[in-house]
Ligand binder design. Structure first.
Ligand code: AMP
Length: 335
């Protein structure tokens, strides 16, 4: 049995033991801090249209990561954000002390429309609202942070959280998007220079680096600071680059993709949760983390918004990771 298959086995066994962290693990030393948007989204896909539903990068990351490890969240919402949504996260062990509620302001709003291929989309509208003047405050109880996950957000806000950490976290992972490349490239490059792992999708990697080849793009991005670059390719999987090494994880071929929104954030949540849980930040362990991220992202796309993530349990996760093992497990003997 190959080392990778053994690693996956260990991973499902770990998944099985997990339920959400709400009740069992309150006393565990917490180490994963997540920063990012919490939002209302309106989504159009070839299969339908949603009303204003709950979204946001940090929302997806927290729903996903809390299957495996406690999460300390930093974000901002307006008075219009439903308390029940915050309570649902709290019930899963997501600490919201770092989430500001601006009673008289409106929550960040994003709307997007997917093309027929479901892999590409146009942003129809971005209303920054509470994000416009957001000044995050890192609570004292978050200073034990070992992994900092900077979900999609204003780059200067992301870097302000890094600055507020008295001890540099062992691993800083960052996600971003084309929106910030278009309007704040200098701030964005500064934040990128401070992190260990940058995650972007393929078109963003090309936009940021000016290179069409993803291998060249990853090299250029690593020259900007990050030691690891993850390039997400939607239904075509994800690539992990480090020095001269590359690892590829496919996405699970699904019969139906209903709504890809949040798949990248869910992927990020699975990736950092695995690293936080195992406290092993090596390239080898990142390979397993990418498989878990891909497995979790495959749930996200099955329903609109966060709905599917709110339904799944440890058994579902175990079965999905097993499907991944089947997908990638092959032995070749050259004759
Ligand atoms: P993903 O599909 O993984 O790229 O993430 C989609 C989520 O990102 C949606 O729920 C949006 O609310 C959120 N989002 C979209 N644009 C931005 C932005 N400019 N800053 C922060 N979050 C955003």
């Amino acid at each position: 049995m190959s080392l990778e298959v053994l690693q996956f086995r260990k991973l499902w066994e770990g998944c099985l033991k997990n339920r959400s962290f709400a009740t069992e693990n309150k006393s565990i030393h917490m180490s994963l801090v997540v920063v990012g948007s919490m939002a209302f989204d309106a989504i159009e896909t070839p299969f339908g249209k949603s009303d204003k539903i709950i979204g946001g990068a940090a929302t997806y990351i927290a729903w996903c990561a809390s299957n495996f490890t406690p999460v300390k969240q930093i974000s901002v919402v307006g008075g219009d954000f439903p308390q029940a949504e915050l309570d649902a996260l709290t019930a899963r062990g997501v600490i919201l002390e770092g989430v500001q509620i601006k009673k008289d302001e409106k929550t960040f709003f994003w709307s997007g429309k997917y093309h027929l291929d479901m892999n590409t989309r146009d942003t129809l509208e971005t209303q920054l609202n509470v994000l416009e003047n957001f000044q995050p405050v890192v609570p004292e109880s978050y200073q034990d942070c070992e992994i900092l996950m900077l979900g999609n957000l204003v780059p200067a806000v992301q870097s302000s959280v890094i600055k507020q950490m008295r001890n540099r976290p062992k691993l800083i992972v960052m996600d971003t998007m084309n929106f910030w490349m278009e309007i704040m490239i200098d701030d964005l490059k500064h934040t990128i220079s401070l992190v260990d792992v940058l995650m972007v999708n393929d078109s963003e990697a090309r936009q940021l680096s000016g290179e069409y080849s993803l291998v060249k793009a990853a090299k250029k991005i690593m020259e900007m600071g990050p030691k690891y670059v993850i390039i997400k390719k939607g239904e075509h999987g994800a690539l992990l680059f480090h020095e001269n090494q590359v690892f590829f994880a496919p996405a699970l071929p699904l019969e139906e993709v209903f709504d890809p929104t949040g798949a990248g954030d869910t992927f990020a949540g699975g990736f950092v949760a695995h690293l936080a849980k195992t406290k092993d930040y090596s390239f080898e362990n990142m390979k397993t983390a990418i498989i878990l991220g891909s497995a979790m992202a495959s749930f996200c796309v099955e329903k609109f918004g966060t709905e599917r993530l709110t339904e799944i349990n440890a058994e579902d996760i175990k079965a999905r990771v097993a499907s991944f093992v089947q997908l990638v497990n092959f032995d070749i003997e050259l004759v």
